[in-house]
Design a protein around this ligand. Structure first.
Ligand code: GCV
Length: 674
C-alpha cells in the first residue's frame, strides 16, 4: 500500500535547502582523469546536477573534462594517484575547498561517487562548503545488504510491504531498482544479495537461463552505482536443478557441475561478486549430510568461483533446531563456535564466514558471538539485522545503531592492539581483504521503503557505520534527521530524543537482562513468555518459582569458555558478569541483589514499568511535532506509536504478571500487576 509518496527517495529527496553560499560552486564542474562516459562517473555527475538543482536551485553550467579546472573556481572531480598526499585509498575520497574551488578527489570511480554523495549530504544538512577539508576511507572492504526476499514477492521477516526485486516467481526491474541503487551507494554500500538465504523453488533457478537475462540487467544497474551483485545459493543445486543424486562436496561430479555453473554465472552476469550460502541450517541442505565439514562445502564452491574473482560468503548460523527442551546439556549458543572453530585456517582465501552478532539470533540483547575474533586465520564478516524481526517489526521504534556500536567496540582479546570486532571485520587484525559487514535489511515496496519512516534511520545508519565504524550513533542521527525530516533545531532535538534511547526502552519492556525470546512463536512480535520454552529451538529461559536464567558457566553448559580471557572468567562469575547479560550466563534467584541495590525481581518490575512510560513519552513527543514535520511522515509515525504502546503495555503486564505469579514476590511499589 502506498503510504508516504512524497518521501520515496528518503534522504535523497533533494528538497529545497538553505543556500549558505553553496550554489556558486556549481557554475563549473570539471572532470580530471576520469572518463565522463564511465557509468559510475555518469551517476556521480547526475547526482551532482540533480542535487544542486533540487536543493539549491543551482544549474550546473559546465560539465566537461579539462585542464581549465586547475584555474577555475567551481567543482573539480579529480582522479588521484594511488599514493596521494591526502591519504585517499581505494573507494575513499577527499573533499577540499580553497578559494572558491572545491575538489572531490578519489583514486577510483566508487570513491568519486561516495565523495559526491558526501558533498550533497553537507548541502542537505545545510552546512556551508567553504573551507571544507576532509579525507574519508572506508573501514570495511565489503559493506553489504542481504535481502531475505522470496521470488513469490514475500519477504522473510519483512515488515514494509512486498519485495521490489521479485513477484510471481519472476524478477522485477523498474524505477525502484535504480532508486534503490542510488540510496545504497549514497551510504557506501558496495554489495547486495537480492534473494533470501533460504533458497527454494523458483529461487534455485536464478542461476539458470530462466533468469540470467533479467538478473544480469539488474546487476548492470547496480554496477552503475558501484554495487556488486550477489545471489544466495541453494547448496543442493546439483540435485535440485542439476540432475545429480548428490551434493557431496568431495564428489567429482558435484565439483565438475559447479565449475561449469560458476563459469556460466560469471559469464552471463558480468557484475556478479559471488554467492551467499546458508547450509546445514534450519532444514537447508549442506555438507553435513555427506559427513563433510562446513569447510569442505565452502571451499568446493569457492574453488569453482575463484577463476572469476568470485567470493563465497558462508553463514555460520548452524545449530540443531530439533532440540529437546528437557535436555539441559545441549546449548544452542555453543553451536556456531563448535561447528566452525576446528577448521580455522582451512577455509580458502575467497571464502568469508558470515557471523551473526550474537550466538543466538538477533535478540535485543545478546553477548557478542565468540566466533568473531575466535577465528584467527579465517576471513570474517559481521552479520547484523536491520529488519526488526525481534526488535519491534518496524512498528515499535528501535534505533539499532547503539547496539551495532556495542558489537563493533567489543574487545575479543584475540590480538593485542587490534582485538575489537571492528578490527577483526575490517581486516586490521589479520591483514586480510575479504572482510566486512552485512545487514539483513528492512526494505520493501512500501512507498517509504521501511514501513515506519523512523526505521529508515537504521537503514541509513548501517551503511554509514559500515563505511566509517568510528561514527557515533548520535553523529549518524545528526546527518539522517536533517536530510530526512527537518533541519529545524527543535525537531532534530525531539527526534533524537526519541531515537537515541529507543533501543534501551525496547529492551526494558521486553525480555530482561539478556535472556531474550519470550516472543510469540514464529511471528516474533508480541509477548509470549513461555512461547519458546517447551519448543525445539533451543531458546529457553528456565524460569521456575525461585529464579530464572540459563547456566552457561563452567558448572552449566560451559559456553563461557568459548571466549578468550579475561572475558571467559568475567562471564563465568556472577559477581563480574555484566548485569545486562546476567540471565544469559547465569541462573539467578529472584532475590539476588543487583549492583543498583535492587533485587532481580524488583528490577524486572521496575524496568517494565519504566520501558512503557518511556514509550509513552516518545509518542507524546512525536505528537508535539504536528505541523512541524511533513504531514504524511507525521501520520505514519503516529500510527506506529499507537501500536507500539499497545505492544509495550502487553509486554509490561504479561512479563510482570508472569514473574509475580512464579515468584510470589510483590512489587515494592505496589503497582498494578495482574
Ligand atoms: C532466513 C532466524 C529467522 C529466519 C531466518 C534465519 C536465518 O531463524 O527467524 O527467518 O531465515 O534466522 O538467519 O537464516
Amino acid at each position: 500500500m502506498e503510504q508516504v509518496s512524497k518521501w520515496k527517495q528518503l534522504w535523497l529527496s533533494y528538497e529545497k535547502k538553505a543556500e549558505n553560499g553553496n550554489a556558486s560552486y556549481f557554475q563549473n564542474v570539471w572532470i580530471q582523469g576520469f572518463s565522463m562516459e564511465e557509468p559510475v562517473v555518469k551517476s556521480a555527475l547526475k547526482e551532482l546536477t540533480d542535487g544542486a538543482l533540487g536543493m539549491l536551485g543551482a544549474k550546473v553550467q559546465t560539465a566537461g573534462e579539462g585542464e581549465n579546472a586547475a584555474k577555475s573556481s567551481g567543482i573539480v572531480l579529480q582522479r588521484l594517484e594511488e599514493n596521494n598526499e591526502a591519504g585517499v585509498k581505494a573507494e575513499g575520497y577527499v573533499l577540499k575547498e580553497e578559494d572558491g574551488r572545491l575538489t572531490v578527489g578519489a583514486t577510483d570511480e566508487k570513491g568519486l561517487l561516495y565523495g559526491v554523495f558526501h558533498l550533497l549530504r553537507l548541502i542537505s544538512m545545510e552546512k556551508s562548503l567553504a573551507g571544507v577539508c576532509k579525507t574519508c576511507n572506508p573501514d570495511n572492504p565489503l559493506r553489504m545488504f542481504n535481502h531475505w526476499d522470496n521470488m513469490d514477492g514475500s519477504i522473510e521477516r519483512g515488515y514494509s510491504g512486498r519485495s521490489f526485486f521479485f513477484a510471481d516467481d519472476d524478477v522485477i526491474i523498474n524505477e525502484r531498482t535504480r532508486d534503490y541503487a542510488r540510496l545504497m551507494a549514497s551510504i557506501g554500500i558496495n554489495g547486495t544479495v537480492i534473494n533470501n538465504v533460504n533458497v527454494k523453488q523458483a529461487a534455485s533457478w536464478l542461476i539458470t537461463d530462466r533468469f540470467f537475462e533479467k538478473v544480469a540487467q539488474m546487476a548492470e544497474i547496480f554496477a552503475e552505482y558501484g554495487i556488486k551483485f550477489f545471489l544466495s545459493l541453494n547448496y543442493a543445486s546439483t540435485i535440485e536443478i542439476g540432475g545429480l543424486d548428490s551434493a557431496d562436496p568431495l564428489d567429482e561430479r558435484v565439483i565438475a557441475w559447479w565449475k561449469e555453473k560458476m563459469k556460466e554465472c560469471f559469464t552471463k552476469i558480468p557484475n556478479l561478486g559471488g554467492f551467499l550460502v546458508k547450509a546445514d541450517s534450519e532444514g537447508r541442505p549442506g555438507p553435513f549430510t555427506y559427513g563433510r565439514t562446513q569447510a569442505d562445502g565452502a571451499n568446493m564452491l569457492a574453488d569453482a568461483a575463484l577463476p572469476y574473482g568470485g567470493i563465497i560468503i558462508w553463514r555460520c548460523f548452524v545449530y540443531n533446531c530439533q532440540q529437546d527442551w528437557r535436555d539441559y546439556k545441549t546449548d544452542r549458543a555453543r553451536a556456531g563456535y563448535d561447528n566452525f572453530i576446528k577448521m580455522d585456517g582451512d577455509y580458502h582465501d575467497n571464502v568469508i564466514l558470515q557471523i551473526k552478532n550474537g550466538p543466538m539470533d538477533f535478540q535485543i540483547r545478546e553477548p557478542i558471538s565468540p566466533l568473531l575474533g575466535g577465528l584467527k586465520k579465517t576471513n570474517q564478516m559481521l552479520e547484523v539485522q536491520v529488519a526488526q524481526e525481534y526488535t519491534g517489526h518496524q512498528i515499535d521504534v528501535c534505533y539499532l545503531i547503539p547496539m551495532f556500536k556495542e558489537v563493533l567496540d567489543f574487545h575479543t582479546y584475540c590480538k593485542p592492539g587490534a582485538d575489537t570486532v571492528a578490527d577483526v571485520i575490517s581486516g586490521r587484525t589479520m591483514g586480510n581483504k575479504n572482510t566486512g559487514m552485512a545487514a539483513v535489511i528492512n526494505t520493501g515496496n512500501d512507498a517509504n521503503w521501511t514501513g515506519n519512516y523512523l526505521a529508515a534511520a537504521n537503514l541509513y545508519g548501517f551503511g554509514r557505520l559500515a563505511f566509517q565504524t568510528s561514527l557515533s550513533a548520535e553523529e549518524i542521527l545528526d546527518e539522517w534527521i536533517p536530510m530526512s525530516i527537518s533541519t529545524d533545531a527543535e525537531v532534530i532535538k525531539t527526534v533524537k530524543g526519541i531515537l537515541l534511547p529507543s533501543r534501551a526502552t525496547y529492551e526494558k519492556y521486553t525480555s530482561p537482562l539478556g535472556i531474550g525470546w519470550m516472543v510469540t512463536p514464529h511471528v516474533h512480535y508480541g509477548c509470549s513468555v513461555d512461547g519458546y520454552e517447551y519448543d525445539r529451538w533451543g531458546t529457553y529461559h528456565r524460569a521456575d518459582h525461585l529464579g530464572i536464567g540459563v547456566d552457561r558457566t563452567d558448572a552449566g553448559t560451559g559456553y563461557v569458555r568459548q571466549y578468550y580471557e579475561p572475558n571467559a572468567s568475567a562471564y563465568n562469575s556472577l559477581e563480574s558478569c555484566p548485569e545486562e547479560l546476567l540471565l544469559f550466563f547465569h541462573h539467578v534467584p529472584y532475590t539476588h541483589v543487583l549492583k543498583t541495590g535492587k533485587t532481580l525481581i524488583q528490577h524486572i518490575y521496575d524496568s517494565h514499568f519504566e520501558g512503557y512510560e518511556e514509550a509513552e513519552g516518545y509518542a507524546k513527543a512525536w505528537e508535539g511535532l504536528e505541523g512541524k514535520v511533513d504531514e504524511e511522515v507525521f501520520a505514519n509515525v503516529k500510527e506506529r506509536f499507537d501500536r507500539q504502546l499497545r505492544n509495550a503495555r502487553d509486554w509490561r503486564d504479561q512479563v510482570n504478571t508472569y514473574f509475580y505469579r512464579k515468584s510470589g514476590i510483590p512489587d515494592e511499589k505496589g503497582r498494578t500487576i495482574y
